[in-house]
Design a protein around this ligand. Structure first.
Ligand SMILES: [Zn+2]
Length: 258
């Protein structure tokens, strides 16, 4: 049995609904101090850096639980989780702010969560990263850098932005392989020895590192560029830093640019 509603009553209902929906469409995130005069000219905020982590856990299932619920260690999340078999999970929208970086800085970026995409990689910190996992990560990085226009060089590790607190993704992470695929930075070959007076601490800052805790920063640098432990700079570190920060020589004026 259907209940018949008089036409006038239905029209009034429809009008009330339209008024309600119209009210919703115009109710913006208003600051009571200001008059809301919305503009159509805007888009979502864009991340400018990608941060890689390892989960330091034993399985994707365990990490999905940690990254999706409140637990004893507090609330953490990431935009993506890459399994050892290469399967990729998305937990937070690209346009939203995941809680993965915590306190730290990279270059001029001080609120890294606000400016980044966070990718957790299922790894316990003690075993090598399987090929299938790194291949999937590279496909994901290509998608993110193209779709979100994040510069491919702007892929860093958690330990790069928080060297005194974090060591992930650790000395086993294959940064050279990532660079061969077009992501992150790597020292150019044939840069030679640094000039006299070369300041490695200025160079580390030019790369993006904080040097407030120098020993921890050198450890992060060693993990990233040499796959080894150590908190003291040596001659090879200076050569790498020189190669990373050297200004490319001017092109021959007679040669056409590519
Ligand atoms: Zn991390």
């Amino acid at each position: 049995m259907t209940t018949s509603v008089p036409f006038a009553c239905r029209a009034a209902l429809i009008a009330a609904l339209a008024l309600f929906l119209g009210g919703c469409a115009h109710s913006g995130p208003r600051n009571p101090l200001a008059s809301w005069v919305p503009s159509k000219n805007f888009d979502e905020r864009r991340p400018v850096v990608i941060v890689l982590h390892y989960t330091e856990q034993d399985s994707v299932e365990q990490s999905l639980d940690t990254l999706r619920t409140r637990n004893s260690g507090g609330r953490v999340s990431a935009h993506y989780l890459v399994g050892r078999d290469g399967k990729v999970y998305q937990l937070v929208k690209d346009s939203q702010r995941a809680w993965h970086a915590g306190a730290g800085r990279w270059g001029g970026i001080t609120d890294v969560n606000n400016a980044s995409i966070g990718i957790e990689i299922d790894n316990d910190g003690k075993t090598a990263y399987p090929d299938a996992q790194i291949e999937s990560l590279i496909v994901l990085l290509r998608d993110l850098s193209e779709r979100l226009r994040i510069p491919p060089a702007q892929v860093i590790g958690h330990s790069d932005l928080a060297p005194s607190r974090k060591i992930d993704p650790g000395p086993l992470f294959p940064w050279k392989r990532l660079h061969d695929a077009g992501f992150g930075i790597w020292p150019a070959e044939g840069a030679g020895d640094p000039p006299a007076g070369f300041d490695p601490w200025l160079a580390l800052q030019a790369v993006g590192y904080s040097v407030e805790d120098r020993g921890s920063t050198v450890r992060a640098f060693h993990h990233r560029f040499r796959g080894m432990e150590g908190t003291e700079l040596d001659a090879e570190d200076l050569r790498i830093l020189h190669a990373l920060t050297r200004v490319a020589p001017a092109q021959d004026a007679g040669a056409p640019s590519p």
